[in-house]
Every structure is written in C-alpha cells, then in structure tokens.
Design a binder for this molecule. Sequence first.
Ligand code: BDP
Length: 695
Amino acid sequence: EDGYRLWLRYNTIDNVSLLQQYRQQVTSINCPSDDARLVSANQELQTGLSGLLGKKIPLQTAVINGTVMLALPTHLPFIRKQIGDTAMARLGDEGFIIRTIKYEGKNITLITANKQAGLLYGAFHFLRLLQTQQSIRQLSISSTPKIKLRLLNHWDNLNRTVERGYAGNSIWDWQRLPGYIDQRYLDYARANASIGINGTVLTNVNANAVILTADWLQKVAALANAFRPYNLKVYLTARFSAPVEIGNLKTADPLDPAVRKWWKDKTDEIYKYIPDFGGFLVKANSEGQPGPQNYNRTHADGANMLAEAVAPHDGIVMWRAFVYSSETPEDRFKQAYNEFKPLDGQFKKNVLVQVKNGPIDFQPREPFHPLFGAMPQTPLMMEYQLTQEYLGFATHLVYLAPLFKEVLNADTHSKNENSPVAQIVDGTTDEHTLTGMAGVSNIGSDINWTGHPFGQANWYTLGRLAWDNTLTPAQIANEWIRQTFTNKQAFVDTVQQLMLASREIQVNYMTPLGLHHIMGYGHHYGPAPWYNKAPRADWNPVYFHKADSIGIGFNRTATGSNALAQYQPAVRQQFENMGTCPEAFLLWFHHVPWDYKMHSGKTLWETLCDKYYSGVDSVRWMQRSWDHLKNYIDTERFNQIKQLLAIQEQEAVWWRNACLLYFQTFSNKPIPEKYEKPDHTLAYYEELEFPYAPH
Ligand code: BDP
C-alpha cells in the first residue's frame, strides 16, 4: 500500500449487508460517449463501481432496475420536465443533480447537469457516496460550485525542482514531453476532477519566460490534452520581462505599443496550441520579480495589458497581491493594501487579484488579509498554501482545513455586520461572478504524491472547500478518512479528532499567541527566533517578534505601525484593544508586557510557557492515538505515519525549548517548576545547523 491511489481506492465494500443493498441499487451504467468528459465519467464509474461492488458493473444501453444514468437534457428531453427549469438553471455550467427516479417503470439513479463537466463531477460525487458508505436509496442532491476558478498553483521550475516542494521533484517530466504521457498526469487529473478542481497553473510564480517559447508550448499542450477529459484547464505564469528576454524588445513597458503587440501575438500563439488555455498568473514587483513598476506603471497597467491579450479567447489574468517593495518598509503587513487598494476599479473585467489568506506569508496563524473587503470593485481570489513551507514541510501532520475555514469565517465588516471573507471570495458580497480560490500545490513525484500521507488531505480540502465553502473541517476530514483509509468507525473517529486538533497543536508548539515568522532563515524550517542577519530587516524573526525586556509582540495599533487602520472600524476596534483582541492574535497586534494578565489570570510569560508545553504534550497524544490504530489499516501507511509523528514530537520539543530559552533571556522569568526542563542550552539550539532543506 503506497498511497498512490489517494482517496480513489474503490476497495470492495467490507460491510456485507450494505454491499448487498448497493448491488441491488447499482447494476449498470448508461452514459453517452459523445464527449471526452463523458468517456472519463463512464470509465471512472465502471472502475469505481466494479471495485466497490466486487463485480463488473457494465455499460449498457438497456435501462434496468439499478441503472445509473448520466445524461444532459439535450440527450434526453424528459430530464428538463422531470427536474424543472429553475432547478436546472441553478446548476450553472458545472453543477449536477443526482436523483433516484422511476424511468420507464424502472428504479434508476439519474445524474444530470447542463453541461458535460457537471456530469463528470456528478459521477465522482456518486462514487464518493458509496465510498463513504452513505445511503443511496432516495437520492435528491443538487450541487453547484460556489467558486468558478478552483485552482492548483504549482511552484514548479522547468528543471523539475519545486520551490517549497517537499514531495520530490516536479511531476511534469518536461524532458519526455510532449511525446510521453505519464500515467501520473491522468491520475492527477482524475484526482482533481474528483474534488472539483478545474484548473492548474503549471509553473512557478517566480517565472521563467522560456515556458512561453514554441518548444515548451508544445509540451504544455500535451499536458492540456491529457487533462481536458477531466475538465482541468491549464494556466501558465507569465514573466513580465518576457518581451525583452525572449522577444528581443528593448522594454517590457506595459504601455508601449510594441510590448502590447508582443503579448497579443504571443497569446494568440498560445491559443493555437491550447485552444482552451485558461490564462496567466503573474507575480510582479515582488521579491525581485520584474513588473510594471520598473517602468513607473501600476499593477493595473500591467494586468490590463495581459487581460486585453487573453480577452478575445475568454482567458483571464490572476495578478498576485503578494508584493514587497525593494526598500524595507516600516511594516511589511501594510504593503499589499497600500499598493492595491488605490487601484480598485481600474482592473479590466477579466482580471482577478489573487491575495494570500493573511498579510505576511502563510504562517501557522494569520489574521485575514486586510484587502478582503477593501476592493469591492475587483474580484479577489483566495491564495492558500498547501505545501507546508512554514508548517513543518511534509514531515509534520497538520490538517489545514481549520486554518482555511478560520479565514473564510472571519467577518470583514466591509458591507454590513456579516461580510465574511467567504462571501467576498465567492462574490456574494460585491456581486462578482468571476471568482477564484487557489492552493499552492504540495504535489511532487513521491509515490504518494504529497510526501506526508496526510498532505493528501490538504489537497483534498482545497477542492472540496472551493466547491462548497460551507463544508466544515469535520465533514471534509470525515469524507477523506473514509475514502483514504477505512470506514471503520473507531478509526474514523480517532483520526478525525486528531486531524481537527492538529493545526492548533502546531500553532502551540511553533507560534502561539500570535507570534509569527520566527522560523529558520531562508528554508523556514525549525525555530530561529534569534536570527537577525538577513539582508532585509523584514526577513528576520527579530523584526516580527520584537522581544525586549518589557515584553514581546508587534505593535500594529495607532501607537505602533497602525496596520490595524487597514481594517474596517469594527475589526480594528476588536484587535486594537488588548482586552478584546482574541488571545490567538495578541502578539500580532500588540507589544505585550511579560507580566500582562491574560484572561485566565496567568501572566503572558506563564501562558506562553503553557502553550509551548501543551503543544508538545498534544503531539504525544497524537502519537498515542495513532498507536491504537495499528490493526485498522495497512502496515505500510501505519508505519510511515508513526515514524513521521515521532519526528514531529522531537521537533515540537526543539521548537518549545529553543523558543522558550530564547524568550527567557528577555523575560528573565523561570519556566514553571512543574514542566520538564529543556535538555539543552540556548547556545546549543542557536548553533544547530539545519543540514539540508529544499528551498
Ligand atoms: C514565500 C516563499 C517564496 C515564494 C513567495 C511567493 O518563501 O518562495 O516565492 O512566497 O509567494 O512564501 O511568491
């Protein structure tokens, strides 16, 4: 058992009575094959149902009791009558309906939609019902995605290294493309389709212009061809200076007619290779990447130039708001808002601004990004990070759904009392129809795709949450566990508990109470709160925690950097007051005295110690919980996870000891007697070299 099959395992149902029921309810498949997506749906149903039911479920034209029928109203006009125009209209282009109905006197399951993509997603949903062992007796399901662009962002380089990738090399084998189509590409596309992901950006945001040259575009086209039957569109990152680097122009000024023409011609060429190319993702004027500001133009000028080039082909541009100016600002938190908010209303219709979930950079916990709710005229796309750059790479077990949902649930107060980030992103608040959610991929060439077997859950979550942002972390975990491991209740319950707790546990042993960005310099692995040698102040942990003899934390109130002014008054007021600021965010916004009394009555220092110690204790609890599950699953995955949890435990201790010993040099207070003593000195931790970390 190597994990390659992800959540699409289709092992025969081990519950005998349920298996019998299913065998009566599902006997054959009836599906037209006039579209590649329907061929995929049909193949998946045959493989999936035959596996789950332990007998061949054939494709046949005769309708019998137990037929699973996939059809559009254009295939079978009775469907429109049966379902009704309003219910059909609600499905849009990708939604589906699954209903148990009588057809020609037979009991059948009908899967219908307006378009082929909907049938494909409906087929996968039906399989999910069986895989999670739900009743399929009287189905009446209607499901429409909340978000239009549900995307993975691969930070994959053309030499197959992956920026912040911890699961091997890039899965794109550029050297053997376009001739060789690895089975992995098809399984990748299937997996994405199964959770509703409908687009993938193949290349790193730190882009290489070479991908836009003819030889490479042929390779991209081969991938697009492989993905198309799974309704997965291909996108590329555009290097802003490409007209100079590969086009022989003197400038990449977005207002220069020759530059505009170059992008237009280049885009037309791309669409010749890939007629349904999705569009561009751009990182500009950030961390050394070129951009319109090099020519004294704005982000809007840059984005609009590309938007104009892709518009005739229905393409879109995703312009990232993760920006850094070349000078070190007084507070990096404020930069994206300062640069982008004034541009609201200036972007073309087919541009989305892609915003990271928080203002700094994918930390274990961040407050929501202040741009959400601040640019009502611009569709803002959510960018999450699946690859655990700041969360223990592919070594620590951290289920990210609680992090993602915490941000979605946060109320921006931008329109009224109830304008959560979820509704900014899904377009409800400001009435946008172009909407998007992306996850920076954690996928690589490792046999199990994501390195840590639980990394698969984060990929799974991105798709499910982009489809339906009302799903809870518990629901998503529950589905994923049942499909990935087993339906045995004791296993499901224990693992679900463990997953739901895992993110807070990590926050506790890494960055409790609102600490952030205190990881090792560059690679971002392990603790280095003492580090102060980076070439920019805002790359140093000391810049972010600001510990001194008085206290610790970044004052972002009006007496400090005043970053809080970027939020709506209701949000700002809550965070601004130390008494009302949730303790989870305290050190994000305040420089808090060591003796400050927390809600519990304990001091800040004691609470910091409690958090770090409880983080480690909880990892030990995760280990014990896991040990009980030995007999429920295969030994291969059981052992892998056991070993990884042991590393996580050692590293949680490393984090706790290193951070507390270091902060103690400022607080001058003891670690409470009741706790086990750090087994090394601070000097020991400071001298530790982290020998190898993929960058
Ligand atoms: C940071 C990463 C860096 C990325 C950058 C980005 O450390 O490798 O290039 O984000 O999002 O988190 O552009």
